[in-house]
Design a protein around this ligand. Structure first.
Ligand SMILES: [Zn+2]
Ligand SMILES: [Zn+2]
Length: 324
């Protein structure tokens, strides 16, 4: 199973500003210490040796993650995705580039919930406008279809939902009940979030991936923690809502429906998960801040490891691929 992140930002997409790009270029020039490069390739090789926050960026698209269980070839491919944040737009473009506009593909999309940042990319998802494509939206909310239709309604968007050419259907899943979709076993779990959200545990070929975003954890609630440890149990990768700092989640941002890197590490350690991807980054966090959170999380994992197996940690970025 290959996990590909198309959008990792929480609440609202963000773009790098001119001043942030300038700061990166200036830092890279300083690090080059007058080196000369014969061509772009040599310069790129050097850039790859620089810290990620200097030479690259975590990116700014809102939630969208792809699970690839079989390599796409020809027409009629079955794609699996979680959420339809703005990251679905570049995903849609990549599908068109790969297959051309004539290919009839199926897109299985698992929705955590219908807050705006998780559905906002759908109106600009090009395959939805192509006859022959099939889009199946799965979720546990009964108002799933209504939320999609409302987003396409006038005067907010010029193309009504009924004008979309793809064949679109909605499937309601039941929490804690496992179903099989395109050969992948999937189990939803209810999460603490305004209006509820749902996490998904995917299992295929002996590997497991948990997508758990927009989820607040109250560690004093032992039952809730134990349930999530079970949900994350031995997962090869857990994608976790780490929007706020731990201090924020127990003070000013308590009950805002999100969690922290510290809680992610603790739950994954108890569950003996192998890898943790910090996800749903706070829009006000720049690359330097996200890099610092990733470093702090790794340090926290190290000093609390004790009897737990090592947990690998990465702050997910738009374009990151993780092979399980
Ligand atoms: Zn969100
Ligand atoms: Zn939300």
């Amino acid at each position: 199973m290959l996990i590909r992140f198309w959008g990792t930002r929480g609440s609202l997409p963000v773009a790098l500003t001119a001043s942030k790009v300038l700061a990166k270029v200036a830092a890279a020039l300083l690090a080059a210490e007058g080196r000369r490069f014969a061509n772009l390739e040599e310069a790129s090789d050097f850039a790859r040796t620089l810290p990620f926050s200097v030479a690259q960026t975590w990116g700014g698209h809102s939630s969208c993650v792809e699970l690839e269980v079989t390599r796409p070839t020809g027409t009629g491919h079955e794609y699996l995705l979680c959420d339809l944040g703005s990251g679905i737009r570049p995903f849609g473009s990549s599908v068109l580039a790969r297959h051309g506009p004539g290919a009839a593909n199926t897109f299985h999309i698992f929705m955590s919930h219908v807050h705006w940042d998780h559905i906002m990319g759908f109106p600009l998802f090009a395959p939805a406008y192509i006859r022959g494509n099939r889009i199946i939206v799965y979720g546990c909310h009964t108002e799933l279809e209504a939320a999609f239709r409302r987003q396409h309604g006038a005067p907010s968007f010029p193309v009504s939902f009924d004008k979309l050419s793809a064949d679109i259907e909605f499937v309601t899943l039941t929490p804690a009940v496992t179903t099989e979709v395109a050969g992948v076993r999937v189990t939803p779990k209810v999460q603490l979030h305004s209006g509820d959200s749902y996490g998904y545990r995917f299992e295929h070929g002996g590997k497991s991936f948990v997508y758990s975003t927009d989820s607040e954890h109250k560690l004093q609630d032992r039952k809730q923690s134990a349930d999530f440890v079970e949900f994350f149990r031995n997962a090869d990768l857990v994608c976790f809502d780490a929007m706020y700092s731990f201090a924020e989640t127990i003070s000013v941002k308590e009950d805002w429906g999100h969690s922290s890197n510290v809680v992610g590490v603790e739950l994954c350690q108890q569950a003996h998960a192998k890898k943790l991807a910090l996800f749903h980054h706070e829009p006000i966090h720049d690359d330097a801040r996200i890099a610092a959170i990733e470093m702090e999380s790794r340090r926290f994992e190290e000093i609390t490891r004790a009897q737990h197996p090592k947990l690998e940690i990465v702050s997910a970025w738009d374009g990151l691929e993780i092979e399980l």
